[in-house]
Design a protein around this ligand. Structure first.
Ligand code: ASP
Length: 439
């Protein structure tokens, strides 16, 4: 058995956190491959090392003096090294970084140094081999991640290494130039490593005990989610539940490897299991509720719309031409509605409107704004009668007007559109009916 364990920035923010991490790794022989983020915030007013690196590099790019800023980053590592009583000096590494900054090595290179240096410190502390992902995680010339070559390279490299620390967040182009994933991308690195070694589990250690049924900023101490499927998670993450980078699912999903989200500060908590499929029923009929504010919808009507071949395509073409992504398209017999993110749409609305007129010649077109979408997600909904009825009676009970309903044919989720101002009230009402009172 082998486990890949990834630790996020808050789990590695200072020497005390490093000690907790080492205790977790040493408590289980199977935790063989460790992926690390850069040191995160030590308190709410602190700055992540990744952000310090971006800021410092910006000065370098402008040709300004950055020695003070770089020294502050070096001090953060030295504090960790001192706290762990290691015989390690990063002096030479920082000299190299300084000259590469002066040579304008790029902001990806700059940001990646946070993980690179933390990998060196952690490997030194654990006595594991250090692996620089620039050697094994590859990007194509167009900047896209090359999953298959990477998979082969990582597998080959780790075949001969029993225990290793691998820096998260970045890889390289074929010519060796560093390229990072998007922010939070160390989650992806962990998933890539887990896939390549056919890990039994990918443990993702962070500062919360997994996913919660609803957003704790809206619901006071919401219940944790014990098990969630990849697809359920996609639905929830898309709607704003963020614990894991959304691309981190794909590598492990290919191999059916479960992800276990765990809390470094509460290692005794079981956390959330993210799995391909499960016979386990979720604790409640629904697995989770998530949502986002700030949508617009464009209602388009035309008599006999259903009989007109290509009508929907022509309407959607207008959005595509303006490079606007579409969230949902509920439709009726002679009407269709297109939901889009308001901030993406607002500057281009008139261009879209005139193009819809030109391409599709509708009878009527109307725009509504300040809407919120709420996704109620649950694999259990398919088997349960009355889920939709419960949601809508709960909403009616608290006087929330439902503006849109969209149930995917997979019956995994029900999407509800409400006014922005009813967003929190609606989530509370849904949580109440399924989790608190379970009526
Ligand atoms: N350190 C990077 C960030 O702050 C990547 C990560 O933590 O996953 O985004």
């Amino acid at each position: 058995m082998s486990k890949v364990v990834k630790f996020g920035g808050s789990s590695l923010a200072d020497a005390k956190q490093f000690q907790k991490v080492a205790d977790i790794i040493r408590a289980d022989e199977e935790r063989k491959y460790v992926v690390v983020s850069a040191p995160g915030k030590r308190n709410s007013k602190d700055t992540k090392v990744t952000d310090m690196l971006y800021q410092t590099y910006e000065l370098a790019e402008e040709g300004k003096d950055f020695s003070k800023e770089l020294a502050a980053i070096e001090a953060r590592y030295n504090e960790i090294i001192k706290g762990l009583k290691l015989k390690l000096s990063l002096k030479e590494e920082f000299e190299k970084i300084k000259s590469n900054f002066e040579a304008k090595a790029g902001s990806d290179y700059a940001a990646s140094r946070g993980e690179y240096l933390n990998g060196i410190v952690m490997s030194n502390y654990l006595g594991f081999e250090f692996i620089d992902p620039a050697e094994i995680i590859l990007f194509d010339d167009d900047g896209s991640f090359d999953a298959e070559i990477t998979n082969r390279k990582v597998a080959k490299k780790l075949r001969s290494v029993e225990k290793a620390v691998i820096s998260g967040f970045y890889g390289a182009f074929e010519d060796g130039k560093i390229k990072t994933f998007s922010r939070g991308g160390s989650d992806i690195t962990g998933s890539i490593v887990a896939r390549a070694i056919h890990a039994d589990v990918y443990e993702n250690w962070t500062d919360v005990s997994g996913f919660l049924v609803a957003d704790p900023r809206i619901i006071d101490r919401p219940q944790p989610i014990e098990t969630i499927t990849y697809t359920e998670l996609r639905e929830l993450a898309y709607m704003g539940a963020s614990v894991l980078h959304e691309d981190a699912i794909f590598p492990v999903r290919k191999e059916g490897i479960p992800i276990n989200i765990r809390n470094t500060n509460k290692p005794e908590d079981p956390g959330t299991w993210i799995v391909e499929s499960t016979a386990k029923k979720s604790t409640f009929t629904i697995t989770g509720i998530a949502g986002r504010k700030g949508f617009c919808c464009v209602n388009v009507s035309k008599d006999m719309m259903n009989a007109e071949v290509g009508f929907v395509r022509r309407v959607l073409q207008a959005f595509e031409d303006q490079n606007i992504s579409i969230e949902h398209v509920p439709s009726g017999i002679d009407t269709m509605t297109v939901f889009v993110a308001q901030d993406e749409f607002i500057d281009k609305e008139q261009a879209v409107v005139s193009e819809i007129h030109r391409l599709a010649k509708p009878d009527l077109l109307e725009i509504e704004s300040d809407l919120a979408l709420i996704a109620v997600v649950g694999r259990g909904m398919k088997r349960t009668r009355g889920t939709a009825a419960r949601i809508f009676s709960a909403l009616a009970h608290v006087s929330v007007n439902v503006r849109m309903i969209d149930q995917g044919s997979s019956e995994l989720n029900i999407i509800i559109g409400v006014e922005n101002r009813d967003f929190e009230k609606a989530i509370k009402a849904i949580y109440d009916i399924f989790v608190v009172t379970q009526l």
